[in-house]
Every structure is written in C-alpha cells, then in structure tokens.
Design a protein around this ligand. Structure first.
Ligand SMILES: [Zn+2]
Length: 346
C-alpha cells in the first residue's frame, strides 16, 4: 500500500481516500429544534446504495455499506463513521416517519461511505467529457424527414460544451465533427483526461411512433462478465498509468476497482435523478425517468456517467422539436443547469 501512496503525484488525494476506505473495510437526546435546512436521509442513502436502519426506541440511525458502518442519533449533531466522530452543523431531526439530516451530512458522511469523494482527482478544474453519440458512417436513429441522430446530438453537445465551459470547467467533446469514433475510443478519451464526469447525448427511437419522452440511463451493478471486459482493463491501465500498484496484488486492485465502481454508480444515480427531475419539466417532455443499463460507454468509463436520450426521432412531434435550433438550445441550457446544480451540491 505504501508503494501506491508514494508513487502518486497528483492523484494523491483521491487514492488516499480510496485507501482510507480500504482500511475501513478491515471497524441522548433532548427535544431538538427543527433544522433550518436539510434533506430526507432515506432517499439520499438509497441513491448511494447505503442501507439504513432506525431504532425508534433509542433514536439511533445506523448506515451500512460494503462493510462500512456509520451511526447518528435523532436530536444530536454528531455522527460516527466507524470510530471517527464527525460534527454536523445541525442535529438530525424526525418528521413523521422521515429522518431529516443537515445539508453537510451528505459530504461528511454519505459521500465518504459511497467510496471516495467526488472531484478529488487533483485537477485544478473539474473535467467533464461530453460524448455526442454515433457519427460518420454511423448515423444513429433517423427521423421520417431524414433527420439524423448523429447531427442532432452533435449540435446539442456543442451547445452544452459552450454552456459548461462558462463555469470555468475543463470541458471536452469526444467528437466535434461528423466522424466515426468507436465506443472504445470514447471511453479511453475519458480515462486519458481523467474525467470527473461523462455525459453521453443521444436521441431515442421506437418502432411505435407515438412513444415519446426524455430518459436517462445510468450504469447497472458490476457483473462478473464486466470484470473480464478488456476495455475496462485498458481504461484502468490508462487511468492508473502513473500509479505503481504493488506487483500482482490482485486482491487490492479488486478492492480499489469495487470502490471506484460503487462510487461511480452512486454518483451517476444522483446526477441522473437531478437531470430527470429538472430537464423534462423545463422542456415540457414526458419524463420516462432514470434507469440502469449495460451500455458500453456507461460500463467502461471509470467516472460517474450518464446517457441522456433527449427525445424520440421516431415521434413526429418530437422530431420537429429536435429539428429546431431553439429546442436544442433549451436542451443544452436545461442539461447544463441540472449538471451545475449536481456539482454544486457535492
Ligand atoms: Zn443513439
């Protein structure tokens, strides 16, 4: 383990956190005032794959994930991650059957339990990769009027690129013209840039013309065949090229891989949730929600990643919208607002 920490360079903080989590894998209330701010613990824990238990009698809340345990008490502004005590700005509060936790609970407890903390790759700026689907010889879906998915999504991606750059972030496109690039190249680009966030843009199609709406895909749980995926291996090698892992320590590599994946999945769901909550409402599109899938680019990128299906090329009304520059601009602006809100909430 020492070898890893010493050989890191600018990866250091992230790996420290991973290693911290690796090491962790091996440990009365008065009537409280209502907190001024806060959020529902149940939803936030669920999104991060954290199990929650609540004992009505003692007011004790127990959180568990991948062998890591944390607890806190209603009416108390402290939480414990293993043995470590964490001070919160306000106490936990019960409202009916719901437990409400202060805003800093997310960063101080939940994010730490879901692997390691977002955006800790020691870049000066947040790195975002926007991936317009298809391109070149692969047109993607086609509308009745001849509209091609590859053109629509490239235009939306470019607009989103311009919006997000205004945040001062380091924003990249996997393609900025009508060229074919393989799925492997798309994920490798994200690994080379050591991206913090990956957003793939697509437009949907269905054999049933009336099917319509906006949807977001996130990554499914890691399956055994995913571990054998050569592209995963390759992206890990690219990502960790400056890290000298202990030779043949496959156990350690697997733990790091699991933690990264758990973090990626948890954060991808939080982002997907944010996007599906806001964007369809802004665009007045039907909300088809967020679902998980085994899409190649989601499975093989190492950072939090979502795939957005903006609207249906196969639906006459939505094809008209996708054709309009105004609508594409609205899509970019709404997506950008949701992404910024997600990043700022971290
Ligand atoms: Zn597509």
């Amino acid at each position: 383990m020492k070898n890893i920490i010493c050989a890191l360079g600018r990866f250091q903080p992230k790996i420290f956190l991973i290693m911290g989590a690796v090491l962790l894998l091996n440990g009365c209330s008065s009537v409280p005032p209502a907190p001024t701010r806060g959020f529902l613990l149940k939803n936030a824990a669920q999104l991060r794959g954290i199990e929650m238990d609540y004992d009505q009698l003692t007011g004790r809340v127990v959180l568990q994930r991948a062998g890591q345990k944390a607890h806190a008490f209603i009416g108390n502004n402290r939480a414990w991650i293993g043995e470590e005590e964490v001070l919160l700005t306000e106490p936990l509060y019960q409202s009916g059957h719901d437990i409400i936790v202060p805003d800093d609970f997310k960063e101080k407890v939940l994010n730490r339990m879901s692997g390691f903390v977002y955006g800790q790759q020691s870049h000066d700026r947040l790195v975002v990769v926007i991936d317009p689907g298809h391109g070149g010889k692969d047109p993607g879906a086609r509308g009745r009027s001849g509209l091609k998915e590859k053109d629509v999504v490239l235009d939306i991606a470019k607009r989103l690129h311009r919006k997000l750059k205004k945040e001062g972030w380091d924003v990249h496109l996997t393609r900025d013209k009508d060229v074919f690039i393989s799925l492997e190249q798309r994920t490798e680009k994200a690994s080379e840039l050591r991206a913090d966030l990956y957003v793939s843009i697509h437009a949907n199609a269905s054999e049933t013309p009336r099917v319509n709406g906006f949807e977001v895909w996130t990554v499914r749980p890691l399956e055994s065949q995913d571990r054998k995926e050569p592209q995963r291996r390759r992206n890990h090698d690219i990502f960790f090229k400056r890290v000298e892992m202990e030779q043949n320590n496959s156990k350690l590599e697997r733990v790091v891989d699991d933690l990264m994946y758990a973090y990626k999945r948890g954060e991808s769901s939080v982002l997907a949730e944010q996007v599906t909550r806001e964007v369809p409402k802004d665009l007045k599109l039907e909300n088809r929600g967020a679902r998980d899938s085994g899409f190649f680019v989601l499975r093989n990128t190492l950072c939090p990643a979502i795939l957005v299906e903006v609207a249906f090329m196969s639906n006459a009304k939505e094809e008209r919208l996708l054709k309009s520059e105004d609508f594409r601009q609205q899509v970019a602006e709404s997506l950008s607002r949701a992404i910024v809100r997600y990043v700022n909430a971290l």
